[in-house]
Design a protein. Structure first.
Length: 92
């Protein structure tokens, strides 16, 4: 069972629980269920949002690390190319 099924089960159980509500509060049954459903859905959306934000941060960090490695390689090759040019100038 996934999270939506568990959430649906909670709402059903709450609805069954509210059947025995005092007659004077029976009119509050539907708003309580609606607020509960909206709360569960919004909590799940927030959790999904946090996960997406964390994944975005991880991807950004990985991109930065890869770019740093590529920059280090480029600098190393540039130094090597300058050294080889200097040797070539000496030979010519």
């Amino acid at each position: 069972m996934g999270k939506p099924a568990v959430a649906a089960l909670r709402v059903v159980l709450l609805a069954v629980d509210l059947d025995g509500l005092n007659a004077q509060y029976a009119r509050l049954r539907t708003p309580i269920l609606v607020i509960t459903i909206l709360g569960i859905v919004s909590a799940q959306v927030v959790v999904i949002g946090v996960v997406l934000l964390l994944c975005g941060v991880v991807v950004a960090v990985l991109v930065v690390l890869v770019l740093r490695v590529l920059l280090a390689q480029a600098v190393t090759r540039d130094i090597e190319a300058a050294r080889m040019r200097a040797e070539l100038e000496e030979v010519i």
